[in-house]
Design a binder for this molecule. Structure first.
Ligand code: SAM
Length: 204
């Protein structure tokens, strides 16, 4: 585990090339800020796996590296397929800047934002037709996350405090209209054949 200085940063341009999951789709990246290796290891893994399962194509663990989580997520992707990319150690400011330079917008999930149900914020995000970077926190996030220079939209999944994993899942499900739940992941080595009772898997 180590933090990175700006000098060692990769540009997101290379990372993003080829990661769109189909023509005319808004590409989705998830940036996880504030990961505390001892305390958040399990939750950050869950957030990354939820991002993958629910339609994001890139996960960025910003400002810090955690090799164990990267390995866990990449192991799942190798077995269960898809083109999910896991990046870490990129400073959040640089990740946001690169994303915006490439024409993407940033959506910060926060209990203080515009309510996803009672406002038209989701429609405005969809209507933008731009690639979306979703920022989720863990501990209290820097105030800059709320500013328009960082976040084009501050979105609340209800205005009660709960969890980054829950808010990410609900946002992605609404953003993709539930279609992600029936998605096939290409090049999978293992696949579940849904059953009314019992468990059935197919391995190749
Ligand atoms: N205590 C922190 C604070 O005051 O900012 C928030 C901690 S919360 C467990 C961690 C993350 O979950 C937040 O940064 C936010 O991304 C997400 N989150 C929690 N409740 C949310 C809500 N109602 N809507 C959207 N995101 C939420």
């Amino acid at each position: 585990m180590q933090t990175r200085s700006e000098a060692g940063l990769k540009d997101l341009t290379g990372i993003l090339l080829g990661s769109r999951q189909g023509k005319n789709l808004q590409r989705i990246a998830v940036l996880r800020w504030g990961h505390r290796p001892q305390r958040d290891a399990r939750l950050t893994s869950h957030v990354a796996l939820a991002a993958r399962a629910f339609g994001a194509s890139i996960f960025i663990l910003s400002d810090i590296e955690d090799q164990k989580i990267k390995e866990t997520v990449e192991k799942v992707s190798k077995s269960w397929g898809g083109n999910f990319k896991f990046e870490m150690g990129i400073l959040w400011k640089k990740a946001v800047r690169d994303w915006k330079t490439q024409g993407g917008i940033v959506v910060h999930l926060t209990a203080y934002g515009e309510n996803i149900e009672s406002s038209n914020v989701l429609k405005r995000i969809k209507d933008s037709e731009k690639d979306v970077m979703i920022i989720i926190g863990s501990q209290k996030v820097p105030n800059e996350f709320y500013f328009p220079e960082t976040s084009d939209f501050n979105v609340a999944i209800g205005n009660q405090p709960h969890s980054e994993c829950a808010s990410l899942a609900v946002f992605l499900d609404r953003f993709l209209n539930g279609k992600e739940l029936a998605a096939e992941f290409e090049n999978s080595k293992i696949r579940i054949i849904p059953q009314k009772n019992g468990k059935k898997i197919e391995e190749t």
